[in-house]
Ligand binder design. Structure first.
Ligand code: FCB
Length: 512
C-alpha cells in the first residue's frame, strides 16, 4: 500500500477531527477559497525572509548516487533489500539512480544556477567503511572530498548527514541497531568523517529520521532490515540515541569548527477530539515521533512517550546512560511534510500494530500502533492530497516551528527537508509546468515566514529534493524534485517550481 492508497483508507479516520481553530489571519481573506488548509495570497505576497537566509535542497546518498559497487564500496542494507525480488515497486533498484556519483559536477552546477546556498547531502557509510568497521576506504573519502570542494567552489554550504539509512550490511549481520555496539562503531565512523572532511564541512547531523530507522526497520518491517519486533525497535531507538551523542563527541574532538545538529522527522500532532485522553495521546505522539532524540540530546533523558513507566529494561537502558545521552545540539534540524491526527487507544486491547506505508507510518488498529505508546495516528485528508498521497497542510509548519522554538528556548532551527511528490513531466516544449508543487511551496513557505516573523530563529530551508530520485520502496513512482530526472537518459530538466525557487533564493520573497 502506498501513501495515496493508505490515505484513502484513512478518510474515515479524518471524519470528526476536531482541530483547534485557525488563528493568525482571518478566514475571509482566503483567495484560494474553499480549499481546506490553504493560505491566503496576501500572506504569500507579504512574506519576507531575513537577509542571509540559507536556501537549499536536500538529497540522500542511496537515492541519488548509484555506483552501488564502485571504488570499494561495501554492500548496504538498501542494496540487499532492493536486490531481493518483490521488495520495491516495479522491481527497480538504486544501482544507478541519478548516477550522481559520476554526474555530481553537473548537479552542483544546476544547484548554483538555482542560486542555492546550502546543500544537504548524505555520506554512504559503506563507501567509507565497507563492513562498517576498521580503516577507511580512501577512494570513498576522496569522492566526498571532491564533492565538497565542488560545492564550496559553487558558493554552496556543504551540509552533511552521516547516515541516511544505508547501513553496511555487515553491521546488520552483527545484529543491526538493536545491538548497542553500533553506537561505538558509528562514533568511529563519525570521527573518520570529521577528521578527513571537517576542515571544509562544519555542519553535521548524525541521522536522517532516527525514529523511522528504528520503527520502520525493526518494528514495522516496512524498510530494511524488515524485522517485526517491538523490543528490537526500542533497543534500536536507544542505540541510535546513544550513537547520536557518541558521534557528537567524536565529531567535536576531531574538528574544532564543527557544529552538530539533527535531521529529525516531525509532524505536528493534533488531538482527534478535545478529550483529555486524546490530548494526552497527541502529547505522546509528539514525545515519541518528534522529540524523542531531541530530548535525549538536550536533556539526557527520554520524554514521556509511553503509557506508564518507560520500558527501560526492554530498551537495554543501563545505569548512567543519562550522562551518555546528553549532547546538546548547536542547532535543531527537522523536516516538515504533513500533519497527524492522534487518538488515544490505551483503553482498548492491543492487537498488534497497524498499516505502514512508505516512509509515513500510521496506525488505525485497535489498541494503537505499538504496545507502549498506545495511540492511533492518522494523516487526515481534509486538505488536498499530493500525488504521493500526503495531505497538503501548510499551517502545520507554523505550528511545529513555533512549538519547538518555545519548548527548546528559541534554538537556531534548520528545516532539513520539506517538499511534495507530484508526477508532472516535460511537455512538448520541454517545460515542466508543475504548478501544484509551486503552490505547495508558496503556501508552506508563507507559513514559515510567519513563524519567523513571530520570533522563530529559522536560518535555513532545504527543499526535498534537488532532483527526482529513487524514492525507497516506492522506487521511481514518486517525484519530489525541483528538477525532473529522465531515468533512461539521465537528462535533467528544471521544473517551473525549480525556476521559481531560484528566484525566491535571491529575493527572499515568494511573490516572484
Ligand atoms: C523522507 C526521507 C527522504 C525522502 C522523503 C520524500 O521521509 O527522509 O529520504 O524519501 O521522505
Amino acid at each position: 500500500m502506498n501513501r495515496r492508497e493508505f490515505a484513502t483508507c484513512s478518510i474515515a479516520a479524518a471524519a470528526g477531527v476536531a482541530l483547534s481553530p485557525r488563528s493568525g489571519y482571518a478566514a475571509d481573506t482566503f483567495s484560494t477559497a474553499q480549499i481546506p488548509g490553504s493560505v491566503p495570497d496576501s500572506l504569500v505576497n507579504e512574506a519576507r525572509f531575513p537577509e542571509g537566509f540559507l536556501w537549499g535542497t536536500a538529497t540522500a546518498s542511496y537515492q541519488v548516487e548509484g555506483a552501488w559497487n564502485e571504488d570499494g564500496k561495501g554492500e548496504s542494507i538498501w542494496d540487499r533489500f532492493t536486490h531481493t525480488p518483490g521488495k520495491v515497486r516495479g522491481g527497480v533498484t538504486g544501482d544507478v539512480a541519478c548516477d550522481q556519483y559520476h554526474l555530481y559536477a553537473q548537479d552542483i552546477a544546476m544547484a548554483k544556477r538555482l542560486n542555492q546556498k546550502s546543500q544537504r547531502f548524505s555520506i554512504s557509510w559503506p563507501r567509507i567503511q565497507p563492513t562498517g568497521v576498521g580503516a577507511p576506504n580512501m577512494k570513498g573519502l576522496d569522492h566526498y572530498s571532491r564533492f565538497v570542494d565542488a560545492l564550496l567552489a559553487a558558493g554552496i554550504r556543504p551540509w552533511c548527514t552521516m547516515y541516511h539509512w544505508d547501513l553496511p550490511q555487515a553491521l546488520e549481520d552483527r545484529g543491526g541497531w538493536p545491538n548497542r555496539d553500533l553506537a561505538n562503531y558509528f562514533a568511529d565512523y563519525a570521527g573518520i568523517l570529521a577528521k578527513h572532511l571537517g576542515d571544509r564541512i562544519t555542519v553535521w547531523a548524525p541521522f536522517n529520521m532516527p525514529w523511522a530507522i528504528a520503527f520502520m526497520g525493526y518494528a514495522a518491517g516496512a524498510a530494511p532490515p524488515c524485522r517485526s519486533s517491538f523490543s528490537d525497535f526500542l533497543k534500536a531507538a536507544h542505540t541510535l540515541a546513544l550513537a547520536q551523542a557518541e558521534a557528537h563527541r567524536a565529531v567535536k574532538a576531531a574538528s574544532p569548527q564543527a557544529t552538530f545538529g539533527s535531521a529529525y522527522e516531525m509532524a505536528p500532532a493534533y488531538p482527534k477530539t478535545d478529550s483529555e485522553d486524546d490530548r494526552a495521546a497527541a502529547a505522546r505522539y509528539h514525545a515519541m515521533n518528534n522529540v524523542f532524540f531531541l530530548e535525549a540530546a538536550m536533556h539526557g533523558r527520554y520524554p514521556k512517550a509511553f503509557v506508564g513507566e518507560p520500558p527501560y529494561e526492554m530498551m537495554g537502558f543501563k545505569v548512567g546512560d543519562e550522562k551518555l545521552l546528553y549532547a546538546p545540539l548547536d542547532w535543531v534540524g527537522f523536516h516538515y511534510y504533513t500533519r497527524r491526527i492522534v487518538a488515544d487507544a490505551s483503553k482498548e486491547k492491543f492487537l498488534g500494530g497497524g498499516n505502514f506505508s512508505g516512509t509515513e507510518i500510521e496506525s488505525n488498529s485497535p489498541g494503537g500502533r505499538d504496545p507502549y505508546t498506545r495511540f492511533r495516528a492518522a494523516m487526515p485528508t481534509e486538505g488536498p492530497l499530493t500525488d504521493s498521497g500526503l495531505e497538503v497542510w501548510p499551517r502545520g509548519i507554523y505550528d511545529l516551528v513555533t512549538q519547538i522554538s518555545k519548548d527548546y528556548n528559541h534554538p537556531i532551527i534548520e528545516i532539513t527537508e520539506s517538499g511534495c511528490g507530484y508526477l508532472d513531466s516535460p511537455d512538448e516544449q520541454g517545460r515542466v509546468p508543475d504548478t501544484r508543487r509551486l503552490q505547495w511551496y508558496r503556501e508552506v513557505l508563507a507559513e514559515l515566514a510567519r513563524a519567523i516573523a513571530d520570533g522563530a530563529r529559522v536560518r535555513a530551508y532545504h527543499a526535498w529534493t534537488l532532483l527526482d530520485n529513487f524514492q525507497w520502496a516506492e522506487g521511481y513512482t514518486e517525484r519530489y524534485g525541483l528538477i525532473y530526472t529522465d531515468f533512461r537518459s539521465q537528462k535533467r530538466t528544471i521544473k517551473d517550481s525549480g525556476l521559481w525557487y531560484g528566484r525566491v533564493a535571491v529575493s527572499n520573497r515568494l511573490d516572484v
